[in-house]
Design a protein. Structure first.
Length: 338
């Protein structure tokens, strides 16, 4: 593994434009299409080389679908996914297979993502076999190196996943993701299924590997505290749309979108005096169905400050006035934001 500078260089590694991922709804014995679940519906953002972009939002808003679509685990409905200047949205067959080693995924549940019938060594070496990168002693040496890189004993290669704790299984999943020396990794809630005492260890491991190998992360999580700790920039997602994106410190200290404010207000403050005076934003109503989203702004049916325009027209995805142009701009989709 070749070490690279830990600070992200600022050049764009992944660029997404108007990404759409719709799942058709069929009905009747003739399987007639009657609609679609718009899980991801027009996302535009980029990820800089070497940075961590955090992606947050409620369950069912499309975070995991977005991550899988970026890796082309789905046939996307529309839009562009540019990886190192090359549009991969329409790639298939051998062309897509050749680019897959550069992009990998760490899954949420290490229990479900590891084959219980395979040894740890076989699990980690499977990508090497699939892409015919190493064999024999070279492959075994690579497996031992990968286990050491995630803080595990190389002699564990002959054991099975059920013999390990949740945190150790997630380390095995991370080692598998690193096997092909990727540049971009989608971390799909990698700590959600782990004990709180283990979560920090796994996150610290991911940060150490990023500094050592120059990795770029899309870090999907419900844990806003962890996102604040690990991310360089944060995107807030609601019902298939990104509603706000900004550098992590700016977003947490100066959220502008009503949904972002409501989301952050749900996070308790450890200072009792501040917590007692803090105003909570309580959202009323249920999240609309992604199969039948509102006409205007996706958040208009629950927004406490919505006006008539919010119900009629969809807000433009734009840079917030007053923020600096460039890589760290504050972007938002809201009619009322200044």
């Amino acid at each position: 593994m070749t070490a690279v500078p830990s600070q992200f260089t600022g050049d764009t590694l992944v660029k997404v434009k108007n990404l759409q991922m719709h799942f058709p709804i069929y009905k009747g014995i003739f399987r007639r299409k009657i609609g679609a679940v718009k899980a991801v519906d027009g996302l535009t953002f980029d990820i800089k080389r070497g940075e961590t972009l955090g992606l947050v939002g409620e369950s069912g808003c499309g975070k995991s679908t977005c991550g899988r679509a970026l890796l082309r685990l789905y046939e996307i409905t529309g839009g562009q996914i540019t990886f190192e200047g090359r549009d991969i949205a329409d790639l298939s067959g051998e062309e897509l297979r050749n680019i897959r080693p550069r992009m990998q995924m760490i899954f949420q549940d290490p229990q479900a993502s590891l084959n219980p019938r395979m040894t740890v060594g076989s699990i980690i070496s499977e990508p090497l076999d699939e892409h015919q990168i190493a064999s024999g002693e070279e492959k075994q040496a690579r497996v031992r190196e990968l286990l050491e890189s995630v803080g595990m004993n190389p002699d564990f290669a002959n054991r099975y996943p059920h013999e390990f704790s949740g945190g150790q299984r997630q380390r095995i999943g991370i080692a598998r993701a690193l096997a092909l020396e990727p540049d971009f990794i989608v971390c799909d809630e990698p700590i959600a299924a782990l004990d709180v005492s283990i979560q920090a260890q796994v996150v610290n491991l991911l940060q150490d590997l990023q500094k050592k190998l120059g990795l770029t992360y899309l870090f999907i999580s419900h844990d806003l505290g962890m996102i604040r700790h690990i991310a360089d920039r944060v995107a807030v997602m609601y019902l298939g749309k990104i509603v706000e994106l900004a550098p992590v410190n700016e977003l947490f200290t100066n959220p502008q979108h009503p949904y972002t404010k409501a989301l952050f207000s749900a996070v308790p403050v450890p200072d009792p005096e501040i917590e007692s005076k803090r105003e909570r934003v309580i959202l009323e109503g249920d999240v609309p169905s992604p199969a039948n989203p509102p006409k205007g702004c996706r958040f208009c049916t629950r927004c406490p400050v919505a006006i008539e325009k919010c119900f009629d027209s969809e807000p433009e995805w734009r840079e917030l006035g007053g923020s600096k142009n460039g890589d760290n701009s504050h972007q938002i989709a809201c009619h009322l934001a200044d």
